[in-house]
Design a protein around this ligand. Structure first.
Ligand SMILES: [Zn+2]
Length: 263
């Protein structure tokens, strides 16, 4: 699914539209318009508007319309962005790499006939007008150690769920979180607030490293742990059996032997 690294690519691709004027808005799927937005509202906000800027907070892509409001684009599990016929990402972990016209959920067509298209087979993403940006925590790509420490403080729930709580840290998805915890030799199920200062420092450095490295490799599915994300797989580091369990509602793979070895 699109995590912060994928949406960062979408952001770079969408930046091509800055300065273009929107001639037409197509909303073929009413379900895809969220938080009170409907076809009429999106038309009146976007038609005739010029794209003033493109931003991103975590997994939320923001298109600022000059002298108008902001459109917020979310990509759910299988959302892909196309601009000028170019795909931001070729394929996604849980999505089909096929391109089908009926999977197009939202389209902006510009004066020069170029297009921005959201393509989403499972339609778990969506578009909203003026999304509440204050609901999102610090962006994971620029997260400081102090911000990480603050987001973990007092947490009694599992560490993994805390890291994926978008209101605390924006952008971490399932794969990036498992990879970071495994590399930092931390248990996804330990209480978030129980980490020592030393462990927070290690986790912060590891998250930075993971985001940088996987960004270079091509996305959140390129982690060292990726091949071990199957039942009965061996830990790529120590060879012990990986444990699979559900944490924070998501399939979690981790190696208890590596965590024990670190303490
Ligand atoms: Zn291990």
């Amino acid at each position: 699914m699109p995590e912060i690294l994928e949406v960062e690519r979408y952001e770079r691709l969408a930046a091509r539209t800055v300065g273009r004027r929107i001639a037409r808005v197509d909303t073929p799927d009413a379900w895809y318009l969220k938080r009170g937005a409907d076809a009429g509202a999106v038309q009146s906000v976007a038609t005739g508007a010029t794209v003033g800027g493109v931003r991103r907070i975590g997994k939320l892509l923001l298109i600022d319309l000059r002298d108008r409001m902001t459109l917020g684009l979310r990509f759910g599990m299988t959302g892909r962005l196309f601009v000028d016929g170019i795909a931001g990402i070729d394929e996604l972990e849980y999505g089909s790499s096929r391109v089908e016209p009926e999977w197009e959920r939202f389209r902006l067509e510009f004066d020069d006939a170029s297009r921005l298209v959201m393509h989403d087979p499972r339609r778990l993403g969506g578009v909203e007008i003026a999304p509440d940006e204050s609901r999102l925590g610090a962006d994971a790509l620029t997260l400081t150690r102090a911000e990480l420490a603050a987001s973990l403080r007092g947490g009694r729930g599992p560490l993994k769920a805390r890291l994926m709580d978008q209101s605390r840290i924006a952008g971490m998805g399932n794969l990036l979180t498992d990879e970071s915890l495994w590399r930092a030799r931390l248990s996804p199920t330990s209480a978030a607030g129980d980490l020592s200062d030393q462990e927070i420092t290690r986790l912060h450095a590891t998250m930075r490293q993971v985001l940088h490295e996987l960004g270079e490799r091509g996305g959140s599915h390129t982690g060292d742990l990726q091949l071990a994300r199957t039942r009965g797989a061996a830990c790529p580091r120590c060879g012990s059996s990986m444990l699979r369990q559900t944490t924070g509602g998501r399939s979690t793979y981790w190696c208890p032997a590596c965590v024990d070895g670190a303490s």
